[in-house]
Design a protein around this ligand. Structure first.
Ligand SMILES: [Zn+2]
Length: 242
């Protein structure tokens, strides 16, 4: 049986669950733990089934079928709070998740966000391996977290290839998915899609776009629903998908 033509994919894009570090400031990228729990309850109550990234990628290759309302929980940047705050909540619900990490910042801090976001530790390789053991798919968010809008095609490909190699060395699993830093796909269109495919990627994620129909989804430009503390998730999930 093939995945139904009516299948909708809600790929949610979070950054951080919980509170900012003491003495810093609140930003839209922090979703309070209670709000996050409410989101997961809303998904369950409205019939959205949380699927793993591997299931989504397999379905795009025609090797798996999806529930008619499929949700994927993604987190960008690899903050340590993924392990300490988000993962325990996900474990209670039994949900798989996806973490996109910029490899040059593993074990460091988010200096790509200086001034706009409080400084916070990014997971170490050990912590990323621990997350993998707990059902979190750790995948690429480039090497240097630079906007593809500012890079040549050659540099874009270098970011994708280098991060994949480093991650596969440290994590011992296949890197097949990429999320664009700042959601920026650059201006190379199909050329970039082809290069990502040649590098061994099967999926790439934007930051915006909303819920999408699975049948028309572009594997290298997958839409996501950015989620912040004030997001009306029911309204976002109820919008007519493209
Ligand atoms: Zn990012």
């Amino acid at each position: 049986m093939a995945t139904s033509d009516d299948t909708r994919c809600a790929i949610l894009a979070y950054h951080k669950i919980g509170e900012p570090p003491h003495g810093t400031w609140q930003t839209w990228n922090y979703v309070p733990t209670d709000t996050f729990i409410a989101h997961l309850e809303l998904l369950a109550g409205d019939g959205w089934q949380v699927i793993s990234l591997d299931t989504l990628v397999a379905a795009m290759a025609g090797e798996a079928t999806l529930p008619e309302r499929s949700a994927v929980l993604t987190f960008d940047d690899g903050y340590q709070s993924m392990l300490t705050v988000a993962e325990p909540v996900l474990a209670k619900f039994g949900h798989p998740s996806v973490l996109f990490v910029p490899t040059e910042y593993v074990g460091g801090v988010n200096s790509f966000d200086t001034g706009s976001e409080p400084e916070e530790p990014i997971c170490t390789w050990d912590e990323l391996r621990e997350l993998q053991r707990r059902g979190c798919a750790v995948q690429s968010h480039s090497a240097g977290h630079r906007s593809f809008d500012d890079l040549s095609l050659e540099d874009q490909v270098d970011e994708a290839v280098r991060s994949k190699q480093v991650m596969e060395e440290h994590l011992d699993h296949r890197i097949h998915s990429f999320s664009f830093p700042f959601g920026a796909r650059g201006n190379e269109g199909d050329k970039l899609d082809t290069a990502l495919q040649e590098a061994g990627y099967e999926a790439a994620f934007r930051y915006h776009g909303g819920v999408q129909m699975f049948s028309g989804a572009d594997a290298f430009s997958l839409r996501r629903v950015p989620v912040g503390p004030d997001t009306d998730l029911r309204r976002q999930l109820g919008k007519e998908p493209k």
